[in-house]
Write a protein that binds this ligand. Structure first.
Ligand SMILES: O=C(CO)[C@H](O)[C@H](O)[C@H](O)CO
Ligand SMILES: [Mn+2]
Length: 289
């Protein structure tokens, strides 16, 4: 098991450059940095090559996260939007591969966060989502990339809210590089049992996000970490565990994640770093790896 952190912990915009964070997370002791793929198509080849080299020099593995916008929604009822989504993913995956990234996770099958001012068609969106992911799976597979479909809570997405729904979706897609992704923050809202949900995903679990119920770093709250660790060991999970803390207000990240108060008690960057380092030690102990 490898341990990582989403660099957006320190940032306010999905568009923030992730290059400078590779050395930082290496110094903090992480194995993995997760980067936002939302704006990767704006990076030059030279920039991507430099980041890849820095990661290699620092023994850091990169993973990618993405919440596709409404205009790139693979499950949209509008065929033009689905086509734009496919083209966007092909370009994004091509660039993601330039960073030697093997895992991309998020609401790949849909868009994020969902606009609930419009009526919801769960069945239709799910069916188009299965088709959309099926349609990009081989493209990703040829680049050596796993597509990890994130199960989100009801307030952020309607298509997949539980591990069981995630597993059924991934089985319907039926491609070896399409996996389920779970996140303790969402599981805390939707699952009856953390352990059962992880065991339900079992060998199909491809990526795992961690965070407390208020998205503080692991170890600061009341998540049943022991139960989660036991279940991950039970299924012999060997993928990445990436903490995804969101603790600062402001910017598009603060508003998309609905962070309306400072969850760091005014921490400066040194204190934020220290919290991340302590959360990593806690995660290695309680989850393994
Ligand atoms: O848990 C999440 C949203 O609540 C997601 O992992 C990411 O924040 C999203 O995909 C954006 O990268
Ligand atoms: Mn997540």
């Amino acid at each position: 098991m490898k341990h990582g952190i989403y660099y957006s912990y320190w940032e306010h915009e999905w568009s923030a450059k992730f290059g400078p964070y590779v050395e930082k997370v290496a110094k903090l002791g992480f194995d993995v940095i997760e980067v936002a793929a939302h704006h990767i198509n704006e990076y030059s080849d030279a920039e991507l090559a430099e980041i890849r080299r820095t990661a290699k020099d620092n023994n850091i593995i990169l993973t990618a996260g993405i919440g596709p916008s409404k205009t790139k929604n693979l499950s949209s009822p509008d065929i033009a939007v689905r086509q734009a989504g496919k083209a966007f993913f092909e370009q994004t995956l091509t660039n993601v591969a330039k960073l030697d990234i093997k895992t991309i996770g998020g609401a790949l099958h849909s868009y994020w966060p969902v606009d609930y001012s419009k009526p919801v068609d769960k069945e239709g969106d799910r069916a188009r989502g299965v088709e959309g992911i099926h349609g990009i799976a081989d493209f990703a597979g040829n680049l050596g990339i796993n597509l990890c479909i994130e199960v989100l809570n009801r307030f952020e997405n309607h298509v997949l809210n539980t591990a069981a729904e995630g597993v059924a979706f991934v089985k319907d897609v039926g491609k070896p590089n399409v996996k389920v992704m779970l996140d303790t923050f969402h599981m805390n809202i939707e699952e009856d049992s953390f352990g059962e949900a992880i065991r339900t995903a079992g060998p199909l679990l491809g990526h795992f996000h961690t965070g407390e119920s208020n998205r503080r770093v692991p170890g600061k709250g009341r998540m049943p970490w022991h139960e989660i660790g036991l279940a991950l060991r039970d299924i012999s999970y060997a993928g990445a565990v990436v903490m995804e803390p969101f603790v600062k207000t402001g910017g598009t990240i603060g508003s998309d994640i609905r962070v309306w108060r400072d969850l760091t008690d005014g921490a400066d960057e040194t204190k934020m770093d220290e919290d991340a380092r302590n959360a990593l030690a806690f995660s290695r102990f309680v989850l393994g790896g």
